[in-house]
Design a protein around this ligand. Sequence first.
Ligand code: ADQ
Length: 473
Amino acid sequence: MSRLIVVSNRVPMLKPGAQAAGGLAVALSGAMQERGGVWFGWSGRTIPDDAAQPEHPKTVESGGLTYALVDLKQRDLEEYYGGFSNRMLWPLFHYRMDLADFTRVALGGYYRVNKLFARMLAPMVQPSDLVWVHDYHLIPMAAELRAAGLKNRIGFYLHIPFPPPDILTVLPNHADIVRGLAAHDVIGFQTPLDVENFETYVRREKVGRRLSAGRFVVHGRAIRVEALPVGIETKAFAETAAASGRNSLVRRMRESMLGRKLIIGVDRLDYSKGIAERIQAFETFLTLDDSWRGRCTFLQVTPKSREEVPEYAAMERAVAELAGRVNGAHAELDWTPIRYVNRTVGRNALAGLYRMASVGLVTPLRDGMNLVAKEFVAAQDPEDPGVLLLSRFAGAAAEMDGALLTNPYDVDGTAGAIARALDMPLDERVDRWKRMFARISEHDVAWWRRSYLEALEGDAETSPTADRLKAVS
Ligand code: ADQ
């Protein structure tokens, strides 16, 4: 079996038995433990701008895995991560042209760090290794590895949406970004819509075409392009949720609810998640339907993220003010409608909170997948499941056919859907939940990893040789 080299911006170091890590990190680490390999990426540390850039990553052995970690200069990090990745690619790929901030300086940093990573990784790669690169921070890296002479199978997975061509072409270097994608052998997207957007782009820009299902030729290279939705560790999460009654935080929360129904939202604080729109919808729901006043509580658990990016700091203030205003306007002496909490919750407690909730509000304005939607479903009590209210603009909507789909821009519509979810009869809730649970049980994170690696390992038919590439282009 080939070794697996995983490349991602942040490297989640797993401590043996640690519980904090999400399913994705566990799944990828599992693959590396089976096959041997290395997890390569940024160390999470910076060095001063005038320090010499080390030529080799630091390697660390932990939990049976090898990590290769690169310290970045402060300026490189700012331009590559805080700049081009998170102020240009992230907003644009989430359809937020209004927030995209393109600068040549940030672009330069993005390419510089990708080149640096490729230069450091290339000597570590053996000819039979598979290389799996993750996410928008690292799109140009494969082309750099190819330029260094690597002939390995290299795959890319985009965790965020791939936007339609009219949006992508707002990016001044869109042509180069797509050329970079085409340097991989396999491109994995979350949903069929992302594949469709990619296909429309290559056709319109005349840089390639689709040959057959999943097979494309782009910039003269035959590549596989697949929709492989990320899953969660469904079975393990369901078991954790079933056992969560013993968790002290969950117990305290239940006691504090005094029999009221719980509506839950769990998201990183990010403008793509639609948290402000969700709070507005909850307020509208309270004004529409008097009968639920005092009988339900909306818990929004939102750890802060990317605080160094100015848009996030502004949104943090705006959301906190909005939650405060709604509470000020609607609270009673003995009832606070919204509990807004800026903190991370451990996996056990999180599973228990989902299970306690009658409604899961997952209403991003745009999301690659959204794992909270899947976690909420996995955590439910099969005898008395809660209702998932899901944005049609989350990648998860393509799979979760038992959810109540909403348009988060339609505040009144979402408010109506909250009322419908709270009033939904048990038989309908069970029926909807069963369909979703079956889906996420089959298409869990292990399925995702297996399917991706099968595509990446390829076979004679799916991995055309360079000669055959020329023949089809
Ligand atoms: P994210 O944008 O981070 O991921 P998401 O898929 O929702 O979004 O995953 C968030 C994870 O963080 C979930 O596992 C959730 O449980 C956890 N989390 C959030 N708030 C938490 C809290 N307060 N306490 C504890 N845990 C919390 C990106 C893309 C998504 C895509 C994933 C995976 O933006 O669309 O689904 O990658 O591909």
